[in-house]
Write a protein that binds this ligand. Sequence first.
Ligand code: 3HC
Length: 312
Amino acid sequence: MDLLEQYFNSKIAAEEKIEAKDWMPEEYRKNLIRQISQHAHSEIVGMLPEGNWITRAPSLKRKSILLAKVQDEGGHGLYLYCAAETLGVSREQMIDDLLTGKAKYSSIFNYPAVTWADMGAIGWLVDGAAIMNQVMLCRTSYGPYARAMVRICKEESFHQRQGYDILLTLSKGTEIQRKMAQDAINRWWWPSLMMFGPSDAESTHSNQSMAWKIKRATNDELRQRFVDMSVPQVEILGLSLPDPKLKWNPERKHYDYGEINWDEFKNIIKGNGPCNKNRLASRNKAHDDGAWVREAATAYAYKKSSTAKSVA
Ligand code: 3HC
């Protein structure tokens, strides 16, 4: 091991952040670009299922909250693309990888949002799972990623509460509203558990990412924490989670839960989920429709810089 690598390892061991201009192993850099860009894409594609409900929100108040939430997700994508750019990858390259289907994004966003209660279940479960996973990333070893995550997590916790509030309102409503809330929870529970990634035994990157302190907890540890957190919350709603095997285990001091359908997970990652094609088509259309904005911004930046030069 050369001196540079020894110095890098000593910084990781001392909990010091690695910054953009610091030396880092090529594999550390590549692994971060992979994870941060997939994370950015997830935020951007994640705007679609909820964006679809902005015009159909049941009140002006709910509409403005949902609008703000979807806008936050767009912002998260932008902070994360910026963090990835500090590692030497260009924004154009990352966007191209997303639009051509080369890059991964979270499996969860390939399910449809079919009723208003889905806005509640997405906020409570999907954003809840995202926070459980992302709070640890505020302590990730790469400085620009860690700093972006602090603000993202603050906003995500507001998102989770707004989702829970929707479900709480529905759970106190009519029988039809209670059923709608239960149906949404039934459909989003298992996909939310899949957000944490494959089991530790199957996870390709966890060991190395844990050693480099990119990840601070494993996929299964975080999934278990999420299950433990969700059970008392669903009880307050007076609703249930769709898992007959869910049971408190006094020895482990955790809830046992049923087997995840890993075939479904793999199928979605391969691009064959219910909405994969639709999501990519929507992103491509948005990108094409926005071409004039990028062209105008480039022309404006050029004009401004030429004016500045001629004045100087
Ligand atoms: N969906 C799609 N792909 C997934 C996945 C999921 N839920 N879970 C894992 N994978 C992929 C990995 O990307 C990896 O593929 P690759 O080798 O081609 O890159 C492969 O499956 C093996 O998984 P690993 O466990 O080895 O991968 P990681 O160590 O990267 O762990 C992770 C996966 C826990 C998702 C980790 O990457 C992570 O913590 N990422 C940052 C957070 C993130 O991206 N969250 C996505 C949701 S963001 C969101 O939900 C927005 C919010 O507003 C709701």
